[in-house]
Design a protein around this ligand. Structure first.
Ligand SMILES: Nc1ncnc2c1ncn2[C@@H]1O[C@H](COP(=O)(O)OP(=O)(O)O)[C@@H](O)[C@H]1O
Ligand SMILES: [Mg+2]
Length: 242
């Protein structure tokens, strides 16, 4: 199968600071769930930011559908079909749920179409419809994460990147977030998931990527990553500090 997205040996850092990504590589296949694991500070969030253009790539390449996209602005990359839900969710806390959904489609020129899509997404997520007039910042963590994930659907993305969607949520709510992710995948959206709980993330994924010190140490079928004794010892240990 040809890759939808290829990250080739990228080197990137913040401002003039040191290289945080120092040879990060990954292959992304259409319609699959990819989970990036690695210790705190490994560069997982930085990798997602580099892919979506929020961070300049100094060396290496990000190739999407055969085209080099590094160097493009975040909005240009979004227009090509790559959506990103950052760890901090980036909602507008003082705006309503409906307004937040509308902001998700700021790149759409046709405002009638935008309203139609906002309605469509609210139909899919009854909790958002119910709370459409509520300020996003006053909702529970799970509801905010639902909104952040649902908001990406407004632009009908091809790839959705999720940075730690489970962070700070109770186990039952975490399951709901993974259910949303799995529905996205069933609908053909390609998912890039960063998950601190590596076991849990890999169990949801087709493909696993192990990142440490900004470098890809291994990538392969998620089952293989889970079964690898060395990866288990280094990255999947239950006593590993978060
Ligand atoms: N905005 C920033 N400015 C400077 N350094 C940063 C910034 N964000 C993250 N870093 C540094 O980049 C490294 C990797 O961080 P990050 O990508 O957030 O790791 P992870 O998501 O794997 O926990 C860390 O050393 C962190 O201190
Ligand atoms: Mg992170």
């Amino acid at each position: 199968m040809t890759d939808l997205l290829t990250v080739k040996n990228i080197i990137a850092g913040y401002g003039n600071g040191p290289a945080i990504l120092d040879g990060a590589t990954m292959t992304v296949e259409p319609g699959k769930v990819h989970c990036i694991i690695g210790p705190n500070g490994a560069g997982k969030s930085t990798l997602l930011k580099a892919i979506c253009g929020m961070l300049a790539i100094r060396e290496g390449e990000v190739i999407y559908k055969g085209e080099t996209i590094n160097g493009l602005r975040p909005d240009q990359i979004m227009r090509k079909g790559i959506a990103f839900v950052p760890q901090e969710r980036a909602l507008f806390p003082k705006m309503t749920v409906r307004e937040n959904l509308r902001m998700g489609g700021f790149i759409l020129e046709d405002k009638t179409e935008l309203e139609r899509r906002v309605d469509e997404v609210m139909e899919r997520f009854p909790i958002l419809k119910e709370r459409r007039a509520q300020l996003a910042g006053t909702m529970s963590g799970g509801q905010q994460q639902t909104l952040a994930m649902a908001r990406t659907l407004i632009v009908k993305p091809e790839i959705v990147m999720l940075d730690e969607p489970s962070l700070g949520l109770a186990p039952k709510i975490v399951k709901e977030m993974f259910d949303i992710m799995n529905v996205m995948a069933q609908e053909g959206i390609t998912v890039l998931l960063v998950e601190q709980n590596a076991q849990m993330g890999l169990k949801q994924a087709d493909w696993g990527v192990v990142l440490d010190l900004g470098r890809t140490l291994f990538e392969g079928p998620a089952k293989e990553v889970l079964a690898d004794p060395r990866i288990q010892e280094l990255y999947l240990g239950s006593n590993k500090a978060a």
